[in-house]
Design a protein around this ligand. Structure first.
Ligand code: SAM
Length: 373
């Protein structure tokens, strides 16, 4: 050990330890949030005016003692609110069993309402599968080679679907598409659309339902995501959508596509420059590309000072995004915060695009660009 440049400060030690264990507290509570989502506990609370642990346990067909301890974690983490019923306490004589638990309207939106754009359970859905990859990471750190999205299993794909679908359902058609030059009119008339890195196909299916005269292809390399997309396609009954695996099928022919979309996936790709060149090639002269990717600063300092979620994002990058972008030996390895607007514009112009415009769309995590030849 090298000698430190100052003596250990006992107060700073306490604060430092507190910071480190706060991270563990977040990780453990994240696991409890996953359980609450998986067992339907938030949905039960959302449908009630407040329930005791016994009430929640009965509604969910679970053991009360386990539910009560889970509730204690949720109250301590300020996720669920606790109230105390004097009458119930008098009747039973035990405060903890007669505490009532409730969700605020904001908690309902984030934890229980799958229709709300702020619904946030997708990332927690995929948490166990994502953390399971900690087993592989030491080897990845040694070899430099990561793993693609299929390494997170079917639940990884469903977690991604549940992460992105609520916002997309709420805003893609009415807010995002109208900001693009002429795209809505063309979609109504009937054009060829490709969504690359389509995941479970939520955006493709949403657009295909809204614009029945247009034809849509969703492209991905994840078997799990494409299996989920195929399932959703059957459920939708739509006949203007196809899904394909870019590992086994050729990308669309040159100058054959009017509109390309990519949602949160270019930074995950092993060869993003090649994909952008392919997008340029497949687009018609008057075609356009809607690029949606993570809003990032150009430096670590900028991300850390401006983005309160920077630690989460750099960690997810190691576990998922950068791991995917390095799933091949020569992968570019951009990662979650690795595709800021300056780089996106540089890659687009190198591929031949002459117009690159950031769209004025407010989103907590993503930036939106309209890119044309
Ligand atoms: C974060 S997910 C986003 C999925 C989807 N766009 C959504 O918004 O739900 C990134 C997706 O990119 C896919 N992907 C990574 N590299 C790819 C490539 N070279 N070609 C097509 N898809 C790719 C992954 O398999 C994964 O489904």
């Amino acid at each position: 050990m090298t000698s430190p440049d100052r003596a250990l400060d006992p107060e700073a030690l306490k604060l430092f330890s507190f910071n480190v264990f706060s991270q563990l507290s977040g990780a453990v509570t994240a696991g409890m949030i996953h359980i609450g989502d998986q067992l339907g506990l938030y949905r039960i609370l959302a449908a009630s005016d407040g329930l005791t642990s016994n009430g929640i346990a009965q509604a969910a067909h679970l053991s009360e003692r386990w539910v009560r301890e889970w509730c204690a974690n949720q109250v301590a983490a300020r996720i669920v609110t606790a109230g105390y019923s004097y009458e119930a306490h008098e009747a039973a004589g035990h405060i903890d069993e007669n505490t009532t638990y409730k969700l605020t309207p904001e908690a309902v939106a984030v934890l229980a309402n799958e229709e709300h754009p702020a619904f946030g359970m997708g990332m927690f859905h995929r948490l166990p599968a994502t953390f399971d990859r900690l087993k592989d990471l030491p080897e990845s750190f040694r070899t430099g080679v990561g793993f693609d999205y299929d390494a997170h299993g079917p639940d990884g794909a469903v977690g991604i679907e549940r992460s992105f679908e609520p916002w997309s359902n709420a805003f893609l058609i009415d807010l995002v598409l109208p900001t693009l030059t002429g795209v809505i009119d063309k979609l109504r008339t009937g054009i060829s659309v490709v969504d690359i890195g389509c995941g479970a196909g939520s955006a493709v299916l949403l657009m295909a339902k809204q614009f029945p005269k247009s034809t849509f292809v969703g492209i991905d390399i994840s078997e799990h995501a494409l299996a989920r997309a195929a399932e959703k396609l059957v459920q939708s009954g739509l006949s203007n959508v196809n899904f394909m695996n870019a590992k086994t099928s050729d990308l669309p022919k040159s100058s054959s596509i009017d509109f390309v979309t990519t949602f949160d996936c270019i930074h995950d790709m092993t060869y993003p420059r090649k994909m952008i060149a392919d997008i340029y090639r497949m687009l018609k002269e008057d075609g356009s590309w809607l690029l949606v990717d993570i809003k990032a600063g150009n430096t670590l300092q900028e991300n850390v000072s401006k983005n309160p979620m920077a630690a989460l994002m750099y960690g997810i990058s190691v576990l998922s995004c950068m791991a995917s972008a390095l799933s091949d030996h020569n992968g570019e390895g951009l990662g979650t915060l690795g595709f800021p607007s300056l780089l996106a514009e540089d890659f687009a112009r190198q591929a031949g695009f002459s117009s690159f415009q950031q769209l004025d769309i407010a989103h907590s995590v993503n930036a939106f660009y309209e890119i044309r030849k």
